[in-house]
Each structure stands twice: as C-alpha cells, then as structure tokens.
Design a protein around this ligand. Sequence first.
Ligand SMILES: *Cc1c(COP(=O)(O)O)cnc(C)c1O
Length: 410
Amino acid sequence: MDRTDCERLDAECKLAGCRARFSLPEGVLYFDGNSLGALPGTTASAIRRTIEDEWGAGLIRSWLDADWFFLARRAGDAIAPLIGASEGEVAVSDSTSVNLFKLAASLLRRGGAGRKVVTEAGNFPTDVYILEGLVDLLDRGHALVRADPARIADEVDEDTALVVLSHVDYRTGALHDMEAIAAHCNALGVPAVWDLCHSAGAVPVELNRWNVDYAVGCTYKFLNAGPGAPAFTYVSRAAIGDYRPAVTGWFSHAEQFRFEDGYRAADSINKCLVGSPPVLSLRAVIDGVATFDGVGMEELAAKSRRLSGLFIELADERLAEHGFALASPRDPARRGSQVSFRHPDAYAVARALIARGLIPDFREPDIVRFGIAPLYVRHVDIWDAVDAIEAVMSDGAWRDFRTDVREAVT
Ligand SMILES: *Cc1c(COP(=O)(O)O)cnc(C)c1O
C-alpha cells in the first residue's frame, strides 16, 4: 500500500464526489468532523437569503411565508431517514443536553421511587451531569448507576427506572449493540434513551426497526449543521401518545396560537419543542443534512470502515513505534466513524499536529482522536495524516508543546 494505491481507491470510490458538497480550506487535513462538521457549500447563501429576504424584506410574515414556523419539524423529517426514523418522529430544537433532560425528566416521573437510573461508565460528561442533576431535582430516591459498558444488560432489571446510553463511545468509538440492548430493555418494560451524537450521519442506525422509542443527538458533528446548531429529539410513534412533556413551553402546546390560559400538550412530536426556534441555525441544519442526499447509510458506513481500517493498518506499521496504542475496537463492526489512539503525550502531540495542518482533537486523559467524516475524508487524507504524524514524532516537533497545560477547548 502506498499513496498511489490511496489515489486509486479514491478514484474508484462511488462517494468521492460528495466532497465537492463542502467548502474545505486548502492545505488542511480535517479529522474533526465528529466535533464540528465541515461547512457545506450552500449554507452561507441559504443563511444570507434567510437574513436578507426572509427577515429583512419578509419581516414577521416569514413565519408563514418562509415556513419558519415549521422548520423544526422539516429539519427533523430531513434527519429521520438517516437514523431509521419515520416522518413526524423527530424534532429539532435546543441542545442535546437540554433534550436529554426533557426526555429523562418525563420518563423518570413514571413508575415507583427509589429505583436505578443506569448509564455507562465513561459516558459523555454532559449526559451524566444531566442525570445527576435530575436525580437530585426529582428527589425520588433514584440512584445513578455507572455500569460497565460491556455489561449493560446485566445491570438493567425490573428495578431500573431509566437507561441512558451513547451509541458510540466518544473517546474510543466503541459501538453498542443497540438492537440487542433495546430488546432487553423492552422485554423488561424499561425506557431507554439513546444519545446518537456520534452516530447520526456516521453509522447505520435503525431506530424503528430496532424498536427504539427515545433518542437525542446533535447536528453540528457528522450532520454538518454548524457551530451551536440545535439538536434533535426522537420519540417513536408508538411512544408519543403516552409521552408527557416535562418542560411545557408554548411550542409544545396543542394549539399554541389560541393563547389559552391552561396547558394542553400537542399530540405530536411537537411535545418535544419548548420555545421559539433558532431559525438561522435551522436553515443550516437543513443544508447540513442535505449533504447526505442520495447517499445510503450502509454505503457511507462501508466507506467509513474502509478508511478507519486503512488508518489502523498504517498506524500498526508506522505509528506503534512512536507510542501510539490503538484505543478503538479493531473489529470494524464494533467501531464508529473514528480512530483513537492513546499516547502518553497525547495533548502535546495533538497541538503539534494542528500546527502542521492536520486537525484531530484531544480527549482526556490521553486520547488523540481522529474523526472520519466519510462524506469528505479521502483515502489519501488517511495516508497524508499518517505521514504527518510520523513526521511530527520523528522530528520531535511535538516537544515544543506542553502537555500539562490545556487550552479552554481541546
Ligand atoms: C457532543 C456530544 C454532546 C453535546 O451536547 P450539547 O448539549 O450539544 O453540547 C452530547 N452527548 C454526546 C455523546 C456528545 O458526543
């Protein structure tokens, strides 16, 4: 395998053309699309149109004339096929953290007190913080359990009030068997909320087929919706009837513009909305999701697995001697769309790579993480990335960076 082989693989790749859907800077090897997706070529003009034509000229008429009022649902319907959901099951609003709060708060009001809330050790911190806060707020004597991610089913029993898991581990990229865990939870009647932040647009997810009732996820990672773009909430058609919103804002009301004195919940996924939508960001969600037009998730995931497999193969040959230990599963079926390595000087190494134009990120305590957004990452990028890592390690450039002092964002 050499760089020419990588060029050939790119030339043969059916998805190679998708890269042109993005506006990517020259000379940058971008491996952080799992933290902030790249800018789609159409987004800037879509937002400019929304500002100048819809806001500037249309003014308040645009709530109807430009569909602002329905954008949260339209964005949700655009995301739905990427996660195996159906029309009307996904809404876009707020952040993943807030959406998790809303779902978990609603579900934890059901059933008896003094039960277990099961999450996994090493779950993304905001998920755990939200659950800690909720257990405290609800004051029902529930106990938060951080289960071994490999033994979730052993921990979930009749005494469990709620399960909250991330489909893909943000550090290592390890993938849960969502279908099997969902079946276990369903058999016991235990509600489970799935965090799809590192799944949506990256790995196949079949929420309907796997009988999953609740999920949240963000749009600014693999879905390319831009910094701070609102997140999605999924509640299955089967579960929405019994779903009682815990945060009862006017956008979740059955007839919002009747301005009634009392609250009545909508009978749709609008139950998951709260207040006025971020219209500019919702435009960017729609354009971000449109970068997946005509692309099958299985095909995309197959490319992702080829790229991450190539990365691992080259790292085995050329990076192991520089102290990089693979942190991601070797089995492609158990791996999300990233490759992570442990390294004793991971933070300094990540800084040095960024200074050289190769952008991964660092995750505590010792992980250098390479996100692989298969819509725009090429085989040659993998080759060039391994070249760059080898160079930074061989010439000692990473020693110019401190490993003990962190920037505010890593
Ligand atoms: C990125 C990420 C989040 C982010 O939550 P926000 O509220 O959008 O900041 C949540 N969960 C996981 C697993 C993530 O990877």
